[in-house]
Design a protein around this ligand. Sequence first.
Ligand code: ADP
Ligand code: MG
Length: 975
Amino acid sequence: MASKKEEVRRKHIRLHMESTLTARDKVGVQDFVLLDAYTSESAFLDNLRKRFSENLIYTYIGTLLVSVNPYQELGIYTMSQMELYQGVNFFELPPHVYAIADNAYRMMCSELTNHFILISGESGAGKTEASKKILQYFAVTCPMTESLQIARDRLLLSNPVLEAFGNAKTLRNDNSSRFGKYMDIQFDYKGIPVGGHIISYLIEKSRVVYQNQGERNFHIFYQLLEGGEEELLAYLGLERDPQLYKYLSQGHCAKESSINDKNDWKTVSSAFSVIDFTEDDLENLFGILASVLHLGNVCFEENHQGCATIPDTHEIKWIAKLLGVHPSILLEALTHRKIEAKTEEVICPLTLELSVYARDAMAKSIYGRTFTWLVNKINSSLVNKDFTKKTVIGLLDIYGFEVFDKNDEECIRPGPATDLSFLEKLEEKVGQHAHFQTRKLAGPKGRKRIGWMEFRLSHYAGEVTYCTKGFLEKNNDLLYRHLKEVLCSSNNRILKECFLVAELENRRRPPTVGTQFKNSLSSLLEILISKEPSYIRCIKPNERKEPSKFDDLLIRHQIKYLGLMEHLRVRRAGFAHRRKYEHFLQRYKSLCPDTWPHWHGPPAEGVERLIQYIGYTPEEYKLGRTKIFIRFPRTLFATEDAFEFSKHQLVARIQATYKACLERRVYVRKRHAAITLEAHWRGALARKLAKRRKWAVWTVRKFIKGFINRNKPLCPDNEEFIVFVRKNYILNLRYHVPKNVLDKSWLRPPGILENASDLLRKMCTRNLVRKYCRGITAERKALMQQKVVTSELFRAKKEGYAEALNQPFANSRIDEGDINPKVLQLISSEKIQYGVPVIKYDRKGFRARERQFLLTQKAAYVVELAKIKQKIAYSALKGVSTSSLSDGILVIHVSPEDSKQKGDAVLQCEHIFEAITKLVMLVKRGNIVNVVQGSLRFYISPGKEGTIVFDTGPEEQIYKDKNGQLTVVSVRTTS
Ligand code: ADP
Ligand code: MG
């Protein structure tokens, strides 16, 4: 969007350039440097005239602008014109005051240097207009922020106020500036106008009290009378007619058609509010203006002693009221003078002439100082309060070169100051300056050209001679001490600031005009010397302010003393463009890789390298001591174009760098954040770990301590350890409790838990036993009881017991079906409890016979098939014997006395333990079983005994030995 607009603008400029090219062909040259006969003043004048007749009022001499006052509106100061000149190469467009302004502005922005634009020319030549146009140009084209708009408005509006108080109609100019003005416009680094400062020089005070024929006092007086509201005028004691006031009517032209005082009053009034004037300020200010007018109307008469008197005190009263002084004191001060004689003060009356002088001096003095106050007041509203670095463009509207009529005015000079003594002062103070010349200072050669009353300032292009005649008279405003005292006591707030009591105490003479002149000149020089200059030379085409009238003689004169021919000559001999090496290099260094981005050597060498690189031919330039001189504008344009082109690349590069920078910044920030996070996280982890380790060390140490002290009574040192050990043991024990009654394993307890362990073990066993017992059947219980009995009988007594232990007992070894029914019948009254097959050995021959051995409730039976061979009632049973060896022999002893019995029964039974146990349990008597060692004796029949011998051998044998004894051999069991 913006680039499109820019393109349209460029197109417009090109079109414009082409059209002006043809215009230029027709109407001379737009730059005098291009003039063929550049030494001819007539050719110069012709060119100026040709262009003026086409309303082309601007012409260049290189970069200097010559401007001829058109005395008419030309429509060349429009918005579109301002836009056109913005940021365009100086020579690309037709000459214009905007081009000068824009050039200075661009240079300021790009090189950050301070500039000033010096505008010179005769009164009425258009200097003030030019400076206003420049100010407007900046106000419109410079970038602006809303907050700084007020600064811009103040800069603009300070002008009408200053002009109202400092400008007046003269013969040459209806709006002639009667003071020198230097104005600084301050720009911030973005090129926004942010503030300003005004310095005024030597307001023409004499105009307050006297004007030539056809001239006026300062505008403000007429504006006040024309525009001021009725109440205001009444308050000030003024009438609406300027003719009534002596200070306004001497020139006989109070009303002037070209000036609209009423409108101007409106402009000025509204400006006052913008530049911070309060109601109070304005009241005091208008009071002073009115009292000046009243002063002018104070009339003196001479009494018979030749002393001045004031017959009508009407005016005095108004002045006293407005200035806040006592009327009689004022009256005395206007007609008398204090003379100090040693310790006394003597008051002596003034002559009429001196009274008039005193009155005028008072009017001039209060006006002059009020003007200074006004400038200061405006400055305080223009001040920019932030202290960032500013660059400035100064506008110097030079007030000088005035050609005065010799009868201007008379003035009475107290004291010995003369024009000649002023000249001497000048010689003394600035005589050293190379450009200052007087007759005295000039050598014998130059002397003739300078008059005694003249001094001469040499410009580079020519010399301007000033006549000192009347210099002092015009500016004489010495105020009698008496009057000064009155003003110092004033209640008017502005006068209070202007006339300080301290001044009265200072006995020295007030600074002379010469000193003031010198001071302001040197301070101005100081201001200018540090800045880059641009020049505008204004020419007045005729004396009658007429449009389109070109007065050859008048203009030729101005060309001469403005030094334009000399300037042209220098330009022609010289070059279209010159620039300090530093600045040239700074601007174009991007065009050459050697000088970009920095050149470290001397700037001159850098420039040389640069122009070689971009291909300047030798005739295009010259290298000076501090500057490069470029002969042709086109060379400069080409360079500028190249720069313009390279700017885009630079911008891209700067953008890239900047973006990279931003990205990097973001990256660095992120990285930093990540590192911080990481560090914190690691810290947290490490702290956690350290805490755990510490805890671990503490715990381990405590554990060890507890271990060391484990056997001591419970104390803090071992408490925890013991608790731990207990808990641990108990918890461990869970997995090691015996599973059944026979499991005798038990987890070994630590020393301190032995008692508890024992208790627990017992509990556990008891519990297991109970559980076991509960789970047992009646049948099994009976079996177990049998086994218990067996154990009581044979444990550790008879071999084979341990092996037999595991073999469960049977209820019976013979089914009832296997017993002969006859037998069953025989013992039917008794229930058979147990039966087992046995071998019975005859008591005499020891022959082995198979029998059934049956037990009932009451008796034991030895049965052979259907026959009961022997019945042994339990009551007759004496005992049972068996050997300690592993044989199955059992002998049932019966009482020998029992006649029913044949003798003891010798039996062999495979289930000996079972059989004997069953028998014993049925007999229900203890101690009937006898386990013998070696041999046993038994009754073969009552009274006759036999022996059975038990022995061990490699194999089982039972036989009758040669002694007639039964020998039983059994195999020794390993256990
Ligand atoms: P100076 O300040 O040099 O004494 P001014 O700038 O006050 O002169 O100009 C005097 C008059 O000439 C102005 O009041 C105005 O009427 C007229 N004038 C000056 N410059 C121009 C201009 N560029 N265009 C139109 N009129 C102008
Ligand atoms: Mg002026």
